[in-house]
Ligand binder design. Structure first.
Ligand SMILES: [Zn+2]
Ligand SMILES: [Zn+2]
Length: 269
């Protein structure tokens, strides 16, 4: 098949793939051909079936919302994995990754650890962003799995084994993700607005899973009705006598009121 039949998107992938290596360009070209002419009998790894998978990832004791969204993520992972098998014709040696759900506060909403072949997903963001997370983050992380596989198979050089460069963008887009390195989570006002409309039990679940962000330390100055909320670093600087902060308006030194409140995206401010 000639590249004439390729869509402009595919032509672009191919041009970019050529910048990486001839091997990778051939790989992408074959995948594009399979995308245009999908195999009549899709390749399915018999070892990985959804029912079995869900058994491997028990979701007990987590609450109904958590269990529901964990299962949706696992299901989507399997979908994207099967797409990858069809598209890239990997067969058995492309093993399904282990899946984990984390809830600690981190800048990453998901990541792939090649060392233990594990995908980790941020449960709070999943439940908050729902379909948007499934559509973008899951294929994004699966693209990292493919990317690492290609490195191990020596189809791409080491410098393309991780990160979000040309290789990654091509793979992520082929698997249905935007290929962008960041996932924009809803703005805080939007979140609290959206939460108002959620049912009480879901609201409680999210509250329990909410990443801990520390506290605000309340300070006052000479302005009437003005309160300054400082975070831990500035608060410590003041308490240790290392620094002083002044109000830009009244030019008075800020004084601690003694009030401490947790930073929460659920507080409407
Ligand atoms: Zn990434
Ligand atoms: Zn002031």
């Amino acid at each position: 098949m000639s590249t004439e039949n390729f869509t402009p998107q595919m032509q672009k992938w191919l041009t970019n793939a050529q910048k990486v290596s001839q091997k990778f360009a051939t790989f992408v070209r074959q995948a594009c051909e399979r995308k245009l002419n999908p195999p009549t009998k899709p390749w399915r790894n018999k070892e990985v079936v959804l029912v079995k998978l869900l058994q491997e990832y028990p979701v007990k004791d987590q609450g109904v919302h958590v269990a529901h969204w964990q299962q949706k993520v696992i299901k989507k992972c399997l979908e994207v994995y099967n797409l990858a098998l069809d598209l890239f014709a990997f067969r058995q040696e492309f093993t399904f990754p282990k899946i984990e759900f984390h809830k600690h506060h981190t800048r990453s909403v998901g990541w792939f650890c090649p060392g233990d072949h594990t995908l980790s997903f941020h449960i709070f963001t999943i439940i908050l962003e729902q379909q948007r997370y499934l559509d973008d983050v899951v294929p994004h992380e699966m693209a990292h799995v493919v990317q690492h596989y290609l490195y191990r198979e020596k189809i791409i050089p080491r410098k393309y084994a991780s990160g979000h460069d040309l290789v990654f963008q091509i793979l992520a887009q082929m698997l249905g993700s935007t290929g962008k390195a960041t996932f924009q989570i809803s703005q805080e006002e939007q979140i609290s607005q959206r939460l108002q409309s959620q049912q009480a039990s879901l609201r409680q679940t999210l509250k329990n899973l909410e990443p801990k962000k520390g506290n605000y330390y309340h300070y006052h100055c000479a302005c009437a009705n003005k309160e300054h909320k400082l975070k831990i670093i500035r608060h410590n600087n003041i308490q240790k006598g290392k620094r002083q902060y002044i109000c830009l308006k009244c030019k008075q030194t800020l004084k601690f009121t003694g009030q401490v409140t947790p930073i929460s995206i659920f507080t409407s401010e």
